[in-house]
Design a protein around this ligand. Structure first.
Ligand code: SF4
Length: 312
C-alpha cells in the first residue's frame, strides 16, 4: 500500500485510508541540511526537517502539505521537483468564522480525494468514508488525549510527570521535532509536570466528536465539520479561536505557568507570545529553538530549571 506523508492536523487521515492508501503522519528529526544543493537559510527548523525527512529513503508515495504558513509553502516548493515524491498543496482558509471559509476547506478536501483516488485507483464511496471516519473516532476515544494528535499518535508519547509536588504547566506552541519530545522528561526532571499539551503535536490538534446522524447523512460534510470547526491554529484570523481554546482548558486545570515552544524563524508563534502574555495572567517561558541541529539541551534545561525554581 502506498504511504502518504503529512504533518498538518488539517489533513484528515480518514480520507487517505478511505482511498486505500496508508496515512503516514510525520514527526521529523532535526536536520540542518536539505539535500546538498538546496539553500535553506532563514527556514523554520521544523519545515526544513520535514523536507529533509521526505527526501530520505524510503520515500513516501506522495506528500501532502498545507498553506498554513509561508514556510510550509516554501517546503512545498522545495519538494516540487520531478525527482521527488508527488506533492499536494492543500489550501487552508485563514479565517474560520464565515461560511465561505468552511466551503473553501470542503472543496479543498474534495480536491484532495480526487488526487488520492488517482494515486490509488479507488474513489471512496460514502460508505467507505463513513467507515473510515468511525474507525478513527473509535481509536481516538481509547487513546490518551495527547497521544492522539498527528505527531504524538505515532510516537506513543505520553504526558509524563511526577506526583502532586510537581508544578503543573501548559506547553503551548507549534509542532515538535522528534528530539523535542524529550521536553516532557526534562520538565519532569526539573520538578514540573505538563498537564496541558497545547502544541500542534498535542490535544489541540484533535478533531471534534462525530455526530452519527450527520455522518449517516453526509460523511464528507461531517468530516469537514469535525476538522474545520474544532481545530484552532495560530495562522487563523481572528486569533481569538486559539486563545479561547487555551482559556477553556485552563479553566479546569490548575496550570501555574506557560512554556511556549517556538522556532526562531516562525513569525506566527513569535507574535503569539505577546498575545499569550496579555491574555493570561501566568508566568511564561518563551522557549525559542534556533537553527542548531536539534534542541540545545543545556540551554534548554538551564532555562526550564530557572523557570521552575521561580515558580516554586
Ligand atoms: S513552526 Fe511556524 S513557520 Fe514552522 S511550520 Fe509551523 S507555523 Fe510554519
Amino acid at each position: 500500500m502506498r504511504r502518504i506523508a503529512y504533518c498538518c492536523p488539517f489533513v484528515p487521515p480518514e480520507l487517505i485510508s478511505a482511498c486505500r492508501l496508508q496515512p503516514r503522519p510525520i514527526i521529523p528529526r532535526a536536520s540542518s541540511r536539505v539535500g546538498g544543493a538546496v539553500s535553506v537559510a532563514g527556514m523554520c527548523p521544523y519545515a526544513r526537517a520535514f523536507v529533509a525527512e521526505m527526501l530520505n529513503e524510503p520515500r513516501p508515495g506522495a506528500v501532502i502539505l498545507t498553506t498554513r504558513c509561508d514556510q510550509m509553502r516554501r517546503a512545498a516548493d522545495l519538494l516540487s521537483q520531478p525527482q521527488h515524491p508527488s506533492v499536494f498543496l492543500l489550501n487552508l482558509p485563514k479565517t474560520w468564522q464565515t461560511r465561505s471559509a468552511r466551503e473553501l476547506y470542503h472543496s479543498e478536501l474534495a480536491r484532495l480525494v480526487r488526487f488520492l483516488a488517482e494515486l490509488s485507483g479507488h474513489m471512496p464511496s460514502d460508505q467507505d468514508l463513513a467507515q473510515s471516519t468511525r474507525q478513527y473516532a473509535h481509536r481516538r476515544r481509547f487513546q490518551n488525549d495527547s497521544t492522539c494528535a498527528p505527531a504524538a499518535r505515532s510516537s506513543g508519547t505520553k504526558v509524563k510527570g511526577g506526583g502532586n509536588s510537581h508544578v503543573p504547566l501548559a506547553l503551548v506552541g507549534g509542532p515538535l521535532l522528534r528530539e523535542h519530545l524529550a521536553v516532557f522528561d526534562l520538565v519532569s526532571a526539573c520538578g514540573g509536570r505538563i498537564i496541558l499539551n497545547a502544541t500542534e503535536s498535542g490535544e489541540r490538534s484533535l478533531p471534534g466528536q462525530i455526530d452519527e446522524s450527520q455522518l449517516a447523512c453526509s460523511p464528507f460534510n461531517e468530516l469537514t465539520r469535525i476538522y474545520f470547526e474544532f481545530i484552532p491554529d495560530v495562522f487563523q484570523r481572528p486569533g481569538t479561536r486559539l486563545l479561547n481554546w487555551i482559556e477553556d482548558r485552563l479553566r479546569d486545570r490548575p496550570v501555574r505557568g506557560l512554556i511556549v515552544h517556538r522556532y526562531v524563524w516562525c513569525d506566527l508563534w513569535h507574535a503569539q507570545v505577546a498575545r499569550l502574555r496579555d491574555r493570561f495572567d501566568l508566568p511564561l517561558l518563551d522557549l525559542d529553538h534556533g537553527d542548531q541541529d536539534g534542541p540545545n539541551t543545556i540551554r534548554l534545561s538551564t532555562r526550564v530549571q530557572a523557570f521552575l525554581e521561580a515558580l516554586r
